[in-house]
Design a binder for this molecule. Sequence first.
Ligand code: MSP
Length: 681
Amino acid sequence: MEAKKRFYITTPIYYPSDKLHIGHTYCTVATDAMARYKRLTGCEVMFLTGTDEHGQKIEDKAREAGITPQQFVDNIVTGDRGILDLWKLMNISNDRFIRTTDAYHVTAIQKIFRKMYDNGDIYKGTYKGKYCKPCESFWTESQLVDGKCPDCGREVQDAEEEAYFFRLSKYADKVQHLLEDTDFLEPRSRVNEMVNNFIKPGLEDLCVSRTSFTWGIPVDFDPGHVVYVWVDALSNYITALGYGNDQYHDYETFWPADVHFVGKEIVRFHSIIWPAMLMSLGEPLPKKVFGHGWLLLDGGKMSKSKGNVVDPYILAEMFGVDALRFFLLRTFPFGSDGNFSNEALIQTINVDLANDLGNLLSRTVSMVGKYFGGTLPQGSGASQAEQALAAAVAGNADASGSLSGEGCQFDGELIGLAAGLRSRYEDAMEHFAFQNALTEIFKVIGRANKYIDENAPWVLAKDMEANGSRLAHVMYNLLETLRICAILLTPFIPTSAAEVLRQIGACEACSTWESAAAWGSLSGTVTVQRGDNLFPRIDTDKALEQLEAAAEAARKAALPGLGIEPQLEEKVDFDTFCKSDFRAVKVKACEAVKKSAKLLKFTLDDGTGVDRQILSGIAMWYKPEELVGKTLMAIVNLPPRKMMGQESQGMLISAVHTEKGEEALNLIMLDDKIPAGAKMC
Ligand code: MSP
């Protein structure tokens, strides 16, 4: 028997410093889809995820919370609605979960550090440089951008201490060759960034130990030092397989990894430092690192300190796990950034899932019920000519279908498209092009919906004696199309895809990867099972309002009893502040937004001569008529944002505080002498 192919895939291990948001979920869902796809194709898969629990940031946060760092991370990892709960909710099928505080990992890191030390790649020196606490990154002066951390733009601190260094410089040429001359790093665009920004200016040795805090893995031969978090974290990919420990014994089986999925800001660690560490250890390199883009909110990165994180729990509970998984991979090309919005999420669910897939399924299953009592009659299945056509197409995705006989043109087109689907899908999936894979599936679903209209089953059903067998064959073709699409949708929407297969009566053998390329697998006398509507249509306005209410409730729950928003520690540099365009605006008209309990719509004179529309969630505090004629303060250069389907071009500024235990809000009102458009500075 041929040995099973193996596939080892990883997500980054997440910092349990805050609850995870939709951006982290995106990365994990993508990895899960890939792992499920590989299992579907028959591979033996190892899918690893976990948490990166050491470092000064965690130590500081635990101190602030008055608990130990271990209690702090335990709470975020295993606590209620913690990281493990989130992955369970999202139906993540990881085979292993590593925590860097796991004893076996700690021992293995000490061995790894010692091995690199023993072979001369780690030496002791003095560290003088800059340190970015939130990123846990050391930088040299020349790497800073405007004196700030080049990754996150925040302030860095001076740092000087005795430390161990890793001879990263020794591996510069080899790493450059790896990046430039192989397919190690994808997308290709990230290679130039790494080589030009980091390698060409000169790779300096890396500081790999710290003495100024203790929440880390001690260097066993010099216990005042803890191992730099990135050395600790990157090694998880091998320690979780059993490298340097006896907990697991899968290193020989699964290393080197087939791919590490990582966000773009940590590509540097994975494509420069990680290969150099492995070279030093004399271990094989992972086959690929794929740097995916970020999910942005209003054009910017989500971050807890900006208060703009999107909570996956709220979305999954409201729209369903599969719908959320689907949206993430359908909407954004994996290698690029994408703008998250609730409107886009609802639209994708309504168009693709409710309208296209959901309708195709419910129409087909109910017609088989109505016209044939739920079971197709003998002879409904694929003809030999159709199977031959499908086999030809399956072997060559570009072949197109042609058949002769009644209804043959439409049959040929549908069968041709569906039979070649697996091959086009596979091509996309092998390149991590999830969006393209889904586009291919939805082309076929769209074609099948058109096929219903072309064949007008309700007309055929008027004369069952004359048209009964044709009608049954039309139904069969629709069920076959649904079957193939459902198999290929399994990695993305596992629960719903299984439900589609159940409703269309697909047996186990005709739900496999192999059968997705074999048109005619379904029995010609298949029996369908009616079930619930898989993806009910969402009322956009109502859902948006509910989302706002849920987000507000979550915000309040996160700030128990605080009278005033906490002061943010984060500083904004003067230049950034100056980019904010605050203006005096005069209210020309103001009305409540229909179906919204919170929103008021303002038509404003901003001095440009063109009316500006701003929506503001202040209906609880103001009646529209009392604001007409007032001069208010607005920021006018925010990216436009849709609320309840209407565009808001900026934000009115108010003071928010608590009065007698209730949230209170006052718009900032300006003297009426100030003309519209006056700049606030
Ligand atoms: N602990 C390190 C990784 C160590 S791997 C050896 C880390 N953790 S993280 O929790 O900050 O981020 C984990 C992953 O989530 C990163 O790949 C990061 O890019 C990804 N994302 C965090 N926010 C994201 C978005 N808004 N969008 C997409 N991915 C995002 O880095």
